[in-house]
Design a protein around this ligand. Structure first.
Ligand SMILES: Nc1ncnc2c1ncn2[C@@H]1O[C@H](COP(=O)(O)OP(=O)(O)OP(=O)(O)O)[C@@H](O)[C@H]1O
Ligand SMILES: [Mg+2]
Length: 319
């Protein structure tokens, strides 16, 4: 079995120097480790300035790490061969706007070494996949933001990459476009492509990603499968009750977050208290109408992680 990791980053540090005499220092990454397996859809989340795009740019060899090493399919990211089979959608793409979408995708595919005999077909397929065929011969300067984003995504797909790196690919896209990106990522998973997906839309990470990392102030503070990151909390249930006043329900131990809802009451109860609460509700003359598990979402986990963090959540550390 080939157990080479698709991406491995070890103790990556990145310090940007700014200002007159480069005296101001921004510590964007502070010892980042990442391991991404082949075929995995890997989510990268974190607040603004956490270092996500810096990490991605280091993997793409667009930014040099100050310390640490990174490899793509076992090759140092600084080697030319490491960039074969890469598709990259940057967070603020600026394609050549005097080219048409078709010309831009053709140009990108050529640069990625797509053979001339396959070029036309590949470009057509890629434009089709992002629904840009009708506008393919219009210059990019006439495109809307979402159309430009689609052209850049088509360019990243044209080389049939082994590793697809998407830095906020849904920004600027309408709901149809967002759905398209989700479907596209799922199709790539079927093909065995490794995908790094950086986004602020946490529900997309929850539905699409096999594993994810949460970056905070240049460090990875949580990493694992979506399920493992959500299983830490004790399961909670929502119980719908009738025939009791909110006051009476509030007196029953184990009930919390009591909310009235059209002649009924909703209460949050932990799994361990459930039997006691049901017994007490019935004894007090009430009825339990429905019990639904309350799912702790990735969004809740993200907010909790931010709350528990001591330091500047937004932006790198400036010294
Ligand atoms: N070229 C640069 N020069 C100086 N500082 C930079 C540069 N690029 C990024 N930084 C700083 O590094 C830190 C991390 O930025 P980065 O773009 O990696 O964050 P991010 O997690 O992608 O944020 P966002 O969610 O807003 O895209 C920020 O404090 C940012 O100001
Ligand atoms: Mg970014």
């Amino acid at each position: 079995m080939n157990d080479t990791l698709a991406v491995e980053a070890r103790a990556i540090e990145k310090t940007y120097r700014l200002g007159f005499g480069a005296r101001k220092v921004v510590r964007a990454l502070k010892g980042l480790d990442l391991k991404i397996r082949p075929g995995e859809i890997f989510g990268l989340i974190g607040p603004n300035g956490a270092g996500k795009s810096t990490a991605i740019k280091i993997l793409m060899n667009l930014v040099q790490a100050s310390n640490g090493t990174a490899t793509i399919f076992g090759r140092d990211v600084r080697m030319r061969e490491a960039r074969r089979g890469l598709g990259y959608v940057p967070e603020n793409p600026t394609p050549y706007e005097y080219l048409s979408g078709r010309e831009f995708v053709t140009y990108s595919a050529r640069l990625c070494g797509v053979p001339s005999s396959e070029l036309e077909q590949r470009v057509k397929e890629s434009l089709d996949r992002v629904n840009l065929t009708r506008a393919a011969d219009l210059r990019i300067r006439r495109y809307s933001k979402g159309m430009t984003q689609r052209a850049v995504i088509a360019a990243a797909l044209a080389s049939k990459p082994k590793l697809l790196v998407l830095d906020e690919p849904t920004s600027g896209l309408d709901p149809v476009g967002r759905r398209l990106i989700r479907d596209l990522i799922l199709e790539e998973r079927q093909k065995g492509t490794t995908v790094i997906f950086c986004t602020h839309i946490i529900s997309d990470v929850e539905t699409l990603c096999d594993r994810l990392a949460v970056l905070l102030a240049g460090q990875c503070v949580k990493e694992g499968t979506v399920a493992s990151l959500l299983s830490g909390d004790a399961p909670k249930l929502e119980v719908v009750i009738a025939g009791l006043s909110a006051e009476a329900l509030g007196k029953i131990p184990g009930t919390s977050a009591i909310t009235p809802a059209s002649e009924r009451l909703l209460a949050t109860v932990s799994e361990s208290d459930l039997q006691g609460v049901i017994g007490a509700v019935i004894a007090a003359g009430g009825q339990v109408l429905r019990i639904t598990p309350l799912r702790f979402s990735l969004e809740d986990m993200f907010m909790q992680t931010l709350q528990g963090f001591q330091g500047p959540a937004v932006g790198g550390e400036i010294e």
